[in-house]
Design a protein around this ligand. Structure first.
Ligand SMILES: [Zn+2]
Length: 542
């Protein structure tokens, strides 16, 4: 008897493909037992990744079916938009509408273009943007969205007669006004953010709203991070986080593993606060199911949190068609013979990165008949590893989501060394490494140096430039001001505060091309990729 049921189930499983796998227990709410229930479908850091959106949509459909009787919230914690591809970003609004998104907060990448364009992106949004911690000046184009209530400092949703208050936060410590020089949006610092959140909570509590959800792009770590904010504020029950791309599964008071970080903490009032986050780029969606007691406090034992991989869901065909309008055709560009599979973002950005090597090789290929010697790119611009096949979608939307331009420029040896050193130092002094990936040279980053934060700290050595007439060495402690290094660099380095000044001193600047076109052209001649480290960067560690 039992065997035949299993056989039947197996049969059904084959019939319906992998739908039945995803359909099983995900999104099944617990019994509310007369308490106030809230179930949340949460996302963060999509980074404009629409190739998996059809699967996210299918997951959301199942969420809707299973949670038709619960109070629901659909949220996105920022960095949903990315880069300057306007067609793509407009489509993101359209697709988030189809998901019936309730609330969004802005991340840093929403500001990849200027505020005027961002305001246009959200023009047709059916969701609210909630920002509790930023100064938006009257001259800024987003100010009119405050006037029209498209952007609010807090938002109240009502479900089955129950009210829930929603707060939001943009990241602190990131320059959001890079492209709005005269009237930038400025995020409050961590202390001001705590103050703003607490005073907004007080307003909500005056209206007897005591179930409060905070949609945050502050990231998990640090003084201004979710973990600390949870402890410094009073009244927040749920933090739907983003920015740090942490996959926080389950509910735990202590760090258990990388995917089970501490996420149940206590507020200033000693009340429980749950913090959640997915790893982003539509790899997973999050499902949170909680019960509140009569005072609007979370019932600890009834907090259920799970991160659900989207790969098990069948992609919605209509959504795929919508997405394809802006994604274009997907073709295999090359085969990866030896794969590069980084463990995490840290590995991608703090060591030689073969995915970035592919990009710098492509730039060098375009300039192969010129006198260009060295190609440089900041690590965070290139994302993910390389395995099996490299497709157009992977190249454009995962590996190089920014499609930066490259410029040829001539730098003095001294400026070249300063550029290399400034960026290498960030891999020691910050958790946001900008270390430069390279081609046409190799160098060593010494992470053991004393006083890396001092003004004259030098962490690079053994710089060797390859030349047609033989290699030559640059001494970083005594670079020659009169010698020139001919480079090709990403345009990002011309805008970043740390490197801008150095590059402004460069000479004979000329456009080389855009990342996507450069790599696609290169791969027409190079059909196989050997994604191996070659010793372009050596790292000395403690
Ligand atoms: Zn972010």
């Amino acid at each position: 008897m039992k065997k035949s049921i299993i056989a039947l189930l197996l049969g059904l499983n084959i019939l319906f493909g992998h739908v039945s796998f995803a359909d099983d227990n995900f999104f099944t709410p617990q019994n509310a037992n007369k308490n106030t229930q809230l179930t949340v479908f949460y996302m963060n850091d999509m980074h404009g990744e629409l190739t998996e959106f059809g699967k996210v949509y299918s997951a959301k459909k199942i969420f809707d079916e299973k949670n038709s009787k619960t109070n629901t919230l659909v949220s996105a914690s920022g960095d949903m938009y990315i880069g300057r591809n306007q067609k793509l970003n407009f489509q993101i609004t359209n697709l988030l509408n189809k998901l019936n998104l309730d609330v969004l907060t802005f991340g840093n990448h929403e500001f990849d273009s200027n505020s005027k364009i961002l305001s246009e992106y959200i023009k047709d949004a059916n969701f609210k943007t909630v920002i509790t911690n930023a100064e938006i000046p009257e001259e800024n184009p987003l100010y009119k969205d405050i006037k029209s209530d498209k952007i609010v400092t807090s938002y109240v949703i009502e479900r089955n007669g129950e009210k829930f208050g929603i707060l939001g936060a943009v990241p602190t410590g990131v320059d959001l006004g890079l492209f709005d020089q005269n009237y930038p949006v400025t995020a409050y610092n961590p202390k001001e953010t705590v103050k703003a959140l607490n005073s907004e909570i007080a307003k909500l509590e005056k209206q007897k709203i005591n179930k409060i959800i905070f949609v945050s792009h502050l990231g998990y770590f640090g003084e201004g991070g979710d973990l600390n904010i949870a402890k410094q504020t009073a009244g927040i029950d749920i933090i739907l986080g983003g920015h740090t791309h942490l996959e926080i599964n389950g509910v735990q008071k202590k760090n258990i593993s990388k995917t089970r970080m501490a996420n149940l903490v206590y507020s200033k009032r000693k009340e429980p606060v749950i913090i959640v986050q997915t790893s982003g780029i539509n790899k997973q969606v999050g499902y949170l199911d909680v019960l509140f007691d009569r005072k609007g406090k979370l019932i600890e034992k009834n907090i259920k949190n799970s991160i659900i991989p989207v790969e098990g869901f069948e992609s919605d065909k209509d959504i795929d068609k919508e997405a394809a309008k802006v994604l274009g055709k997907n073709k295999v560009l090359a085969t990866v013979e030896k794969p590069y599979i980084p463990a995490d973002t840290y590995e991608e950005r703090n060591y030689e990165n073969p995915t970035a090597n592919l990009l710098t090789d492509a730039v060098a290929y375009k300039l192969r008949h010129s006198k260009m010697q060295v190609v440089l790119v900041q690590s965070p611009s290139v994302r993910g590893g390389l395995k099996d096949k490299l497709t157009t979608y992977q190249l454009k939307y995962k590996m190089l989501p920014f499609n930066h331009k490259f410029y040829y420029i001539e730098l003095s040896e001294k400026d070249f060394v300063e550029l290399l050193n400034q960026e290498a130092l960030t891999s020691i002094t910050t958790n946001n490494s900008q270390m430069l990936q390279c081609r046409g040279m190799h160098y060593t980053v010494d992470r053991t140096i004393k006083n890396p934060k001092s003004a004259d700290a030098v962490c690079i050595k053994d710089i060797v430039i390859f030349n047609k007439k033989g290699n030559y060495v640059i001494n970083p402690l005594n670079p020659d001001e009169n010698k020139i290094v001919r480079c090709a660099v990403s345009n990002y380095l011309f805008t970043d505060k740390r490197t801008k000044g150095i590059l402004e001193r460069g000479k004979n600047k000329k456009l080389v091309g855009e990342e996507h076109k450069l790599v696609i052209k290169y791969l027409k001649r190079h059909k196989t990729i050997n994604a191996q480290r070659e010793g372009r960067i050596i790292v000395i560690e403690k």
